[in-house]
Design a protein around this ligand. Structure first.
Ligand code: LLP
Length: 432
């Protein structure tokens, strides 16, 4: 078995007689059946990732709220809901999706800096567990909408602890220059304001410091600061029910060593106990680490261009299907769906840039990869289960990909490929 980006030692994506498999189904068969480009998820990989959180939390007062912005396909949400997950949402659209997929409203936390009236109203009417509030303006607005509806909004303040998560600047959120959260220096004051607002019930404290975090220290620094804040709050008679440490655990894309959830959770519970906060419910909002390595993007080589200084493999997936390389300079592994030993052609090994058909030089999926390629070969872009399909768009009027879930030897189409007609079905031309 080759070293693939699946949880260590797990057989979700593996070579079997030179065929790359998703569980017991070959990628070549999936490409034939559903076409390319194609997102493929492994249900067993999702379950294993879920268990990496659920097991260390057994018999602990804790709730995992899947950061569903990472992958919001209804079938994915449905699995997590069935396994007992709550959800971290950031929009009215995500609320509707989560409820549709079977989420219990009282396991939903609503994050995000720009909640609109209709979204606040919908979340109150659904009865979400809590709003993670990011500004005093938002706090006042939630209070007034709740009062109008004759209810009280459960609220947690998202505190910005000003710690460096040591990750890509675009996905770092806990520094004071980031737009997120309420500065920790003024948090106690905002809690005092919340305590007197008629439409607000204070239930917790929240922070989220960034994404693809591979070091434990930033979490512990942030927790330390939150616990100091809780001490201050206790001094002014503000008591909380839960503490939410956000999401952010990294995965292996290339050679990263991710932190196991169990390791982080052990440290967090030890700190809570030591500081006298063992009674609080712990919430986490993992996104990427639950889905990232459970998904791949399958694409077919259209054309090969061998220039003097550079070789290009032009594939049928593009930046509109997987934006991460273009946007963050992100590295994703690239594998042939049929390894060379099982291939009839005699292609030379060459160093390729894997690029899409979009009219932008920034349209690339991987750079400088040594591969033996022929036209029509299938390639797999690894670790595409998080922030893959959800960030896709229709630029260049390219219909969005199909998504498939593999479960053992079965595959299920969980989102059909968009048709060209669907691209403009709702557009209207001017009269005349
Ligand atoms: N909670 C909140 C409030 C968040 O903003 C996020 C992610 C999460 C939880 C989940 O974080 P995770 O466990 O997935 O790291 N598109 C970027 C990642 C953006 C993350 C935004 N916030 C990427 O492709 O790397």
């Amino acid at each position: 078995m080759s070293e693939l980006n699946a949880p260590a030692g797990t057989p979700f994506f593996h070579y079997d007689n030179s065929q790359l498999m998703a569980e017991s189904v070959s990628i070549a068969e999936l490409a034939e059946r559903y076409g390319t480009p194609l997102y493929v998820y492994s249900r067993a990989a999702l379950k294993a990732a879920w268990e990496s959180y659920a097991q260390p939390l057994t018999n602990r007062n804790a709730l995992v709220c899947f950061g569903m912005k990472a992958n919001s396909n209804l079938a994915v949400l449905q699995q997590f809901a069935q396994w007992g997950s709550g959800f971290d949402i950031v929009s009215g659209g995500e609320l509707a999706r989560a409820l549709k997929a079977g989420a219990q409203a009282d396991t939903i936390v609503f994050s995000g800096v720009g909640k609109q009236d209709w979204e606040i109203k919908a979340a109150l009417q659904a009865g979400v567990k809590c709003f993670n509030v990011e500004s005093t303006d938002e706090l006042e607005r939630i209070s007034s909408i709740a009062s109008q509806l004759g209810c009280v909004a459960p609220v947690s303040l998202r505190v910005n602890p000003d710690v460096d998560a040591k990750t890509h600047p675009y996905i770092s959120t806990g520094l004071k220059d980031n737009k997120f959260g309420i500065a920790i220096e003024i948090a106690a004051q905002v809690y005092q304001r919340a305590a007197v607002l008629p439409g607000i019930r204070i239930v917790g404290v929240d922070c989220h410091i960034g994404s693809q975090i591979t070091q434990i220290e930033p979490y512990l620094d942030a927790l330390e600061r939150l616990l100091n804040l809780l001490d201050t709050l206790a001094g002014i008679d503000i008591a909380l029910e839960h503490l939410d440490i956000g999401g952010g655990l990294g995965i292996r894309y290339q050679d990263e060593t991710p932190i196991a959830p169990a390791m982080l959770l052990d440290e967090v519970f030890a700190m809570l106990q030591a500081r006298g906060y063992g009674h609080l419910q712990l919430i986490m909002e993992p996104g990427r680490s639950l889905v990232g390595n459970a998904g791949i993007l399958v694409t077919r080589v259209q054309y090969l261009k061998h220039h003097q200084s550079k070789n290009f493999a032009i594939v049928d997936a593009a930046m509109n299907d997987l934006l991460r390389p273009t946007l963050y300079d992100a590295w994703h592994g690239v594998l042939p769906a049929v390894s060379r030993s099982g291939h009839s052609s005699e292609a030379q090994p060459r160093v390729y840039d894997i690029v899409g058909p979009i009219c932008e030089s920034g349209d690339w999926l991987a750079r400088d990869r040594e591969l033996q390629l022929s036209q029509n070969d299938l390639l797999v872009i690894e670790s595409a289960g998080a922030y893959g399909f959800v960030m896709s768009c229709q630029y260049n009027s390219r219909p969005r990909c199909a998504e498939v879930m593999v479960d053992g030897d079965q595959s299920y189409l969980i989102r059909p490929r968009e048709t060209v007609e669907e691209l403009f079905a709702s557009e209207q031309m001017l009269p005349g």
